[in-house]
Write a protein that binds this ligand. Sequence first.
Ligand code: ATP
Length: 259
Amino acid sequence: IMQLYTPLNWFGTYYRMIQQNFIDMENMFDLLDEKQEVVDKDDAQTLPVPQGIIEFKDVSFHYTPERPILKNISFIVEPGKTVAVVGPTGSGKSTIMRLLFRFYDVPGGTILVDGLDIRDYKQKSLRQAIGVVPQDTVLFNETIFYNIHYGRVTATDSEVKDAAKHADIHDKIITFPEQYDTKDAIQKVCTERTVLVVAHRLSTIIHADTILVLKDGVIVERGSNMWRQQLEANNNTSSNLEDEEPSPDDQQNIKPEAA
Ligand code: ATP
C-alpha cells in the first residue's frame, strides 16, 4: 500500500509546489508592472561586475505598520556562497528577496551589495547583477521557456518573453547559448555567484553554505554543517522518496515540508 501511495502523494506535492512557484513568479511580474514607487537617485551608480557580497544590516520591514514582517534582521552572504532562507509560510522569505531587488525601500536598517547601500545603485543594474532564486521550486529539468510558460499556459511566445523582460531576466537568458531552451537554469544562476534562495527542496538546503531560519520576523537559527548532517540523516531514514524519483538528478530531490 505504501508503495502505491507514496508516488501519488509525491506527485501531488510536486504539482502544488510548481503551481506555487508560478504564483510567486507571477506575483513578481505583477509587482514589476506596478507603478514604480522606488525611484533611482539622481546620482545613482551602475553596479559594476559585482564582487558579490550581500549584507542585511539591522533590516526591519512592514507592508502595513501594524504588522512588522522583518525585525532587525542581519546576515552576510560572502561572494560565491549560497544562502538558503527557510521558514514557515508568511514568515517573510520572499520579502527578503523583494527587498534585495529593491521593490521596496526599508524603513529601518541597510541592505548593502559590495559594501554600498542598494539605494545608491541604479535599480536595473542591481537586478541584473544579483543572483536571486525567488523559490527553488521550478523544474530544473525543463527549459526556461517551459518554466515561465507553465503558470500561464495560454501565453504566447512573445508574452513569455515580455514577462521575462519585465522581470529583468530576459537579458540574462539570452546570454545562455541555448537561450530560452536552456535547461537547469537555476544551477547556472548558482554557479560561481553569490546566491540567495528561498528553499523548499531538501537538496537546496543540503547544498547551501548557510541556512537562515526565519520565524516571526527574526532569524531563529542559522547554521550550516549541523543542519546539513541532521537533514541528511532525516532524509536517509525517511520514506523511499528518492527511490520514487523519475530522474536521478540530485536537484529533483524534494522534501515538501523541509521548512
Ligand atoms: P511563503 O513561504 O508562503 O512563500 P514567505 O515567507 O515568502 O511565504 P512573504 O511572501 O515574504 O512570506 O510574506 C510575508 C508576509 O507579508 C505574509 O504574511 C504576507 O501575507 C504579507 N505580505 C506579502 N506581500 C504583501 C503586500 N504586498 N501587502 C501586504 N502584506 C503582504
